[in-house]
Structure formats: C-alpha cells, structure tokens
Write a protein that binds this ligand. Structure first.
Ligand SMILES: *Cc1c(COP(=O)(O)O)cnc(C)c1O
Length: 375
C-alpha cells in the first residue's frame, strides 16, 4: 500500500525532545519555542513570529488583531479549509466568497474589487498547494480601500512570490504545522507579524489577555489582566519536535520538489494527449511541492480513478466541499459573483501521494497505474 501522506520525520526529533525534557520546562515560550520563532524570523524575514497550537489559532489571533467586529465583511475564496472562514465567523464577521482561478485554484484577484463594500475589513488569500496568489494585485486593492491582508499560508511554508516568502507579504501570515503539512509538530502553527506596531497586542492576546510577556522581560514588576485574550502557546515538546524539522527544511523541500517534478514529467504525455490536467505554477511563484494534483474530466471519472488506484494499493485524496455550499457556509456567508470555477474544479481535482521520503519507484508505480487507467 502506498499511503497518501506520512508525516515527515528527520531522525533528530527524539534528541531535541529529550533536551526539552532535560530543560525541565514543558509549558510554552521556552528555549525551543524561541529557537523556532527566531528561525522563522530569520529564514523568512519577518518582523515577528509566534508559534501557536495550530494555523487555526494563528488565524484566530489575526482576526482579533485586525479587530473584526460583528457585521464586518471578510473576502476569501470558497475553495479552502473551514478554519480560514471560522476564525472570522467567531468574531461575528460575514464571509464574502469570490471565485477562484482554474489554473492555480487560488482566489481570482480580478474578482475581489467588485466584492468590496463599506464593511469590508480584510482579504484572506489562501496559497493553495503552496503556490502564491497574485499578491501585488491583492495588496494594491487592500491599500486603496484601507483593508488588512491576512495570508492563509498554511500550505505555503518555504514558498515564495517574486522572491518574498509567503506569509510575509500581507499584514499577517499564518502557517500550519499539522502533520499533513510539509513541516510538522503533530498539531502546530505560527503567526507572522509583518508590521511592527502590533507586537504588544499580539503578546497579550496570546498570553490569556495578560501582560505576562512584558513581565518575563522585566518590563513590569507584576502581570495582570489587561485585555481580552486566550491561550495560543504550544508546549515545548511540540516546539522541540518542530525544531528538528526546521533544521532539515531545505532537505525536506528539495525531496518534495524532486517528487513533484518526477510526477509532472511522467504525467505530461497524458496532459499533451488531452486526458488530464497538471498543476500550473505562474512564473512569479516558487512553490514548495505541498501537493501534487491532477484534474480529471469530471467527478465520475475522478471517482473511477480513485477506485482504480485504491485497487492497486494507492491512496489518494480530494478536498474542500466549497464552503459556500456547506450548511455553515449558507448561514455565515454569501458568494459574490458567479461560481464559475469553484465547484466545477473542486470536483475534478485529485491529489496523489506526496510526502517527504516518497520513493522514485513509488512514483513510477503510481504514474503507471494512472496511465493504465486512461488506457
Ligand atoms: C491545514 C490548513 C489550515 C488549518 O491548519 P491547522 O494547523 O490544522 O489549524 C488552514 N487553512 C488551510 C488552507 C490549510 O490547508
């Protein structure tokens, strides 16, 4: 059986976890959390990075930092994970979905401006499959209408747009270290602050609404409740695990990219024969091979291909019932414009196995089975 995903393991995780145990401090913001945050800040060049227990939590923090209030509107694609919307729904926002582009499956930047109203407070681009949204256009619209940009870069760790790391272009960026992502701590995430005016507020939100971070730095002599907040710190054991992954970030990225390239090379003849479509990566983007997907003619063909591959012992996956057509989506959102691509393309997309350590022979076997299906 070829699994769809196996979480990355570099071999050094147990070593760092033992070091964390020896430090005798397992709660948040210990040495491994600090080391991970410094690594993120230096590698991706952002003002400040905070580890969080998940990307969902990072998105929730961002929603609090931009001070979403009931009735505010937030623009995003419908083709995304529920957390992208939920983080803002929790603060009372109305979600406004716009269509995606069929080439990248990302928000169609040309559809955003028409969806802006007086109540629009933020745009949340989702970098699907680690391929960047058209950020220059999105940032320009946001600046002209005085709106925030929060990048859902859950899938975009180590990807770039015009040389800049995803997650560092908008006001805030959110990473995921869930074990289905390129780097993991089991469950985990990070919030990147790409502006210098919100650090204190972010620390307070993350530390249960207290100024404990200031206290630990010796800037105040006792700490107390100063604002609304929650607990958005991961434990040190998770950070120790993650640190081992960061130490091998380049190797993991290169390994995944090699798998991605091999898939593309093996399946290109089928695309040239018009049988399926392969992912498209715009020239401005360097992606991180978060996933490799193909697009079938339609949903029936996809169902048959899933079955075919399953019988050959190959696990595949597809995802995202478009949020606007889900039960909660109908309550909390509206779709601006027409759904030309979102539903249609989501029904054609199929993800093939992709993980650190996927073997060449496995890719040969998978692509051979795809070829035989189309024969
Ligand atoms: C995985 C994912 C999330 C959620 O990440 P968690 O760390 O599991 O909370 C959010 N948005 C997108 C686009 C994702 O792929």
């Amino acid at each position: 059986m070829i699994p769809f995903n196996t979480p990355p393991v570099t071999g050094e995780e147990t070593y760092y976890i033992q070091e964390a145990l020896a430090n005798g401090k397992l709660s948040g913001d210990g040495p491994f959390t600090k080391a991970c945050q410094t690594w993120l800040e230096e590698t991706f060049k952002t003002t400040k990075a905070y580890l969080t227990p998940s990307c969902t939590h990072a998105l929730e923090m961002a929603a609090m930092l931009v001070e979403i209030e009931p009735g505010d509107e937030v623009i995003m694609p419908s083709y995304t994970f529920v957390s992208t919307a939920n983080a803002f729904v929790l603060r009372g926002a109305q979600i406004v979905f716009v269509d995606i582009r069929p080439d990248t499956m990302n928000i169609d930047e040309t559809k955003i401006e028409a969806a802006v109203t007086e109540r629009t407070k933020a745009i949340v681009p989702v970098h699907y499959a680690g391929t960047a949204c058209e950020m220059d256009t999105i940032m320009d619209i946001a600046r002209r209408y005085n709106m925030y940009v929060i990048e859902d870069a859950a899938q975009g760790v180590m990807s770039t747009y015009k040389g800049r790391a995803l997650g560092t272009i908008g006001d805030y960026g959110c990473f995921s270290f869930h074990d289905t992502k390129n780097y993991t701590s089991g469950e985990g995430g990070a919030l990147l602050l790409n502006r210098s005016d919100k650090q204190e507020q972010a620390e307070i939100i993350r530390e249960k609404g207290t100024n404990r971070s200031k206290f630990l730095r010796g800037q105040v002599d006792k700490y107390s409740w100063v604002d609304a907040g929650s607990s958005y710190l991961p434990a040190e054991l998770n950070a120790a695990y993650l640190y081992a992954q960061f130490q091998h970030a380049e190797a993991i990225n290169n390994d995944r990219l090699a798998s991605w390239e091999m898939y593309a090379k093996e399946l290109r003849p089928l695309e040239e024969d018009g049988l399926l479509e392969l992912p498209k990566v715009p020239a401005a983007c360097e992606h991180n091979a978060h996933m490799f997907f193909i697009k079938t003619a339609g949903i029936e063909e996809r169902t048959a291909l899933v079955e075919w591959l399953k019988e050959a012992g190959i696990a595949t996956a597809f995802h995202y019932v478009p949020l606007h057509s889900s039960a909660a989506g109908r309550r909390f959102s509206r779709f601006h414009g027409t759904d030309r691509w979102t539903t249609r393309e989501s029904e054609r997309l199929l993800r093939l196995p992709m993980f650190y350590g996927l073997q060449q022979e496995q890719i040969e076997e998978i692509t051979e089975q795809v070829r035989s299906f189309y024969k």
